[in-house]
Design a binder for this molecule. Structure first.
Ligand SMILES: Nc1ncnc2c1ncn2[C@@H]1O[C@H](COP(=O)(O)OP(=O)(O)OP(=O)(O)O)[C@@H](O)[C@H]1O
Ligand SMILES: [Mg+2]
Length: 292
């Protein structure tokens, strides 16, 4: 069974896209089969994973308005084992275009359902608002990862986000949980960053990851090269942090040990015996798609 994680925070510029790109890449490099879904019209996750948006024939926009199948809009990324459903600027009009469509909160979920078990992880990058695209991400996901920027107003808007997640859980997706909170853009030179971390840790009753993403210029540069940090500068502090985050998530999901990429050219980290057995049976059902 795949773990479907939506990376959400309606606050802009907190590191959702950076986290989606680099967490997806690190999980794939650790042997997981990953699908990244870019539902943000800005499309930065798509280009940040090495996909030339001008060459994308079918995007998630065509998928949502039923003009293509999910297989037709699934693309290989620059990272092995990592596939992408790319975004489209036309998604910006989705709120209006989807008016009147029945069950519009579940369009993405229904599209993803038949292929979800082909992947170990599906990571969805949300736009900076609580609109219909974010709701679609939240009905598709089983958990939400919330990046929090280490700045003065870090907690601003968080109660609204948690309220929305609870509403979606209550009315649309009872399985939805908060996967955890990850601090981003931590600046060790300032007291402010430390204070924010302490303040959030003592006031927020949620799982908070030990991995803290530092402010690191290499993380900001990597997307312009169409590369995740693990390929652009694998030795940077940013790459270390996202590898640590991937390790924590893998452990949380019951994988016995998270192994450094160099140690796992093909094999996945070992999971509990029973789950491994289940996976084996599942994999027999797996089909191959044209872009794979
Ligand atoms: N840890 C970091 N260190 C340095 N720069 C970072 C870091 N994380 C993100 N950035 C930069 O900060 C900006 C915002 O990050 P990002 O696009 O990931 O946020 P976002 O939450 O997805 O934004 P939006 O709400 O617009 O979708 C980008 O220019 C990104 O390169
Ligand atoms: Mg973004």
């Amino acid at each position: 069974m795949s773990n479907i994680i939506a990376v959400a925070n309606q606050k802009g510029g907190v590191g959702k896209t950076t986290t989606t790109i680099n967490l997806s890449a690190c999980l794939a490099e650790k042997g997981m089969k990953v699908l990244t879904i870019d539902v943000d019209p800005q499309g930065n996750t798509t280009s940040g994973l090495g996909i030339d948006r001008s060459k994308v024939e079918n995007s998630i926009y065509q998928l949502l308005i039923d003009e293509c199948s999910i297989e037709q809009c699934m693309y290989k990324s620059i990272v092995e084992n990592l596939f992408v459903l790319p975004s489209d600027v036309n998604l910006a009009g989705a709120e209006i275009e989807l008016i009147g469509i029945e069950n519009k909160e579940y369009i993405l979920k229904d599209k993803v359902e038949p292929i979800k078990d082909l992947f170990d992880y599906i990571i969805i990058d949300c736009p900076p608002s609580l609109n219909i695209l974010t709701v679609n991400a939240m009905t598709t996901a089983n958990s939400i990862l919330v990046p929090i920027q280490c700045e003065y107003y870090a907690l601003e808007g968080l109660s609204q986000l948690i309220h929305t997640i609870n509403l979606v859980k209550e009315r649309l997706n009872e399985k939805l949980e908060i996967e955890g909170v990850v601090f981003t853009m931590f600046d060790a030179r300032t007291n402010l960053s430390l204070q924010v971390v302490e303040n959030v840790r003592s006031n927020l009753n949620q799982n908070i990851y030990n991995a803290i993403v530092p402010r690191n210029v290499r993380l900001a540069e990597a997307p312009s090269h169409g590369l995740p940090i693990s390929m652009y500068d694998p030795k940077s502090a940013g790459a270390d942090a996202y590898r640590d985050l991937a390790d924590e998530i893998l452990r949380q999901d019951g994988y016995e040990q998270a192994i450094e990429p160099a140690d796992v050219p093909v094999d996945k980290p070992k999971k509990a015996k029973k789950q491994a057995k289940e996976k084996k049976t599942d994999s027999k059902k797996k089909k191959k798609f044209p872009h794979f």
